[in-house]
Design a protein around this ligand. Sequence first.
Ligand SMILES: Nc1ncnc2c1ncn2[C@@H]1O[C@H](COP(=O)(O)OP(=O)(O)O)[C@@H](O)[C@H]1O
Ligand code: SF4
Ligand SMILES: [Mg+2]
Length: 335
Amino acid sequence: MHIEEDLLTIKNLYTSFRIKDQYHAAIENINLTLKENEILAIVGESGCGKSTLATSIVGLHPKGNTKVEGTITYNETNLVGMKEEKFNKIRGNDIGFIFQDPLAALNPLMRVSDQIAETLLYHTKLNEKQRNQRVRELLNQVGISNPERVAKQYPHQLSGGMRQRIVIAIAIACKPKIMIADEPTTALDVTIQAQILDLLIELQQETNAGIILITHDLGVVAEIADRVAVMYAGQIIELAPVDILFSEPKHPYTRSLLNSIPQTDRENDRLEVIRGMVPTLTKMPHSGCRFAPRIPWITDEAHESAPELHEIKENHFVRCTCWQTFHFEHEEAIH
Ligand SMILES: Nc1ncnc2c1ncn2[C@@H]1O[C@H](COP(=O)(O)OP(=O)(O)O)[C@@H](O)[C@H]1O
Ligand code: SF4
Ligand SMILES: [Mg+2]
């Protein structure tokens, strides 16, 4: 049997932003491993720290007012704090990235063919003719039906879906081992979303790359992810293989998220969804469980004092032991 290799190992990762004179952690003590050939989905409400995690991995977090601590090991090297020159050789070559807004990722003043070719020029030894050939090949691969015409265009002349295909072409140009995709389809309409995701999976199957896919679309997660990490207020609160997460969610937050998916065949029409908001960085509670304020009907004594990620079953981690007695507001208490 082929043993899948760990591609990326994240240990004790903290990323903090300076607000006024203080640093506030947007992600805290993240521990994750990405394996070859796997799609690891990261889910959670807006403001949970998903994008901060993505930009920290590829070293594209805002510089200056940001502090990144911990280790992200790729190929036996720590990416945290790596010098920009060295990181530039890895980013785009070994690690591809696709972010939500393709327009921001592209240079408005450059033809798309030149932007793809630029990556090849930087990372490969291909000559001009070979590069041009590879650009055509990539445009075909990402499903652009008239590559000759599109190659000569500028980003603003293309639709959102086409632009995202160009970003993907750049991301895969050097056959990266790892792809980080942060809500790659959020800005696109539904049919294009499905096409882009199919494209990503197809490309992944060719290269065995590991993908970290950030999305708020749980339908997509159920369909394509192998494992899922659920984030809340900068922390991973549940981590499990996808089938386990959907069939046996344990953390109250995960249960609430799953309840928020509309379903027509639900027996009980009362949807138990937890109301409230993710705390902002300056309001983040630093002791006790960050989720406690959103479930005030659970008594203080019932909460774990400083919940850690516990492995409750093989490969299933939950940041809380109180899930065993947790109940939604309208359900009866379990004793
Ligand atoms: N550059 C920044 N400076 C200060 N705070 C930031 C910065 N970027 C993100 N944040 C804050 O960090 C938290 C996590 O944000 P983000 O990673 O974008 O979450 P998500 O992608 O899950 O929506 C939010 O409270 C956000 O306001
Ligand atoms: S410690 Fe309390 S608030 Fe935190 S997850 Fe467990 S039950 Fe929920
Ligand atoms: Mg985000």
